[in-house]
Design a protein around this ligand. Structure first.
Ligand code: NAP
Length: 178
């Protein structure tokens, strides 16, 4: 059985997940919130990310996700090493990848990003849930929450709420029957 894929990400008011050169400075505008990331992280058993997001992690030089199995979608035959990461490169059919993760007994996978991989997962209709935190600022140029070509995918709204001083938290589930 395929794993449940949840895209948990922060975005700006104009739908960017970073500025140029991986700049995550916009996240500083998310003030006054109790960080509930640990609760989310405790509930996932695996991670999935695109090559550019991995590159950002490598440049950052630390791996905060422990030994949870991680797949990096990349055309590169090998990944740059990062201490502590339990990571496998993958290239190919993303439907196969989501099935493969499920066959390993993993049930809830965090799609870390970025927008390019997310667009492909939307095209293949492989995203089951969204947990989005919107920061109260614009970024301008930078990767979008989802990029590329994909059909409209409708999600049903679960929770909405204020996040800290001026942010918004949204939770959606994929409405495949609609
Ligand atoms: N705000 C947030 O919560 C958040 C979360 C995650 C990421 N980010 C930011 O988002 C940015 C990265 O996003 P992005 O959209 O530029 O890139 P991305 O989705 O992380 O990675 C895209 C790359 O993955 C590889 N790839 C994608 N699909 C593939 C496939 N089917 N088969 C093989 N390889 C494939 C390709 O690289 P190759 O061809 O080179 O292998 C492609 O250029 C970074 O700045 C990161 O910091 C922000």
């Amino acid at each position: 059985m395929a794993t449940h894929v949840v895209y948990y990400a922060a975005l700006s008011l104009d739908g960017r997940i970073a500025g140029p050169d991986h700049d995550l400075g916009f996240l500083k505008t998310l003030t006054g919130a109790e960080n509930d990331y640990e609760i989310f992280f405790a509930d996932i058993d695996s991670l999935l990310m695109g090559a550019q997001t991995w590159t950002f992690m490598v440049r950052h030089g630390s791996w905060p996700y422990g030994e949870k199995p991680t797949w990096v979608v990349t055309h590169a035959p090998q990944l740059a090493p990062l201490d502590g990461a339990v990571v496998e490169p993958f290239a190919g059919d993303l439907t196969e990848l989501v099935r493969l993760i499920g066959e390993r007994g993993l049930k809830r996978t965090w799609l870390v990003g970025g927008g390019d991989l997310t667009g492909q997962l939307l095209a293949a209709d492989l995203i089951d849930e969204l947990i989005l935190t919107m920061a109260p600022t614009f970024v301008g140029r930078g990767p979008a929450l989802a990029d590329g070509d994909f059909p409209l995918r409708r999600f049903t709204l679960g929770e909405t709420g204020r996040f800290g001083d001026d942010g918004v938290r949204l939770r959606y589930e994929r409405a495949r029957e609609l």
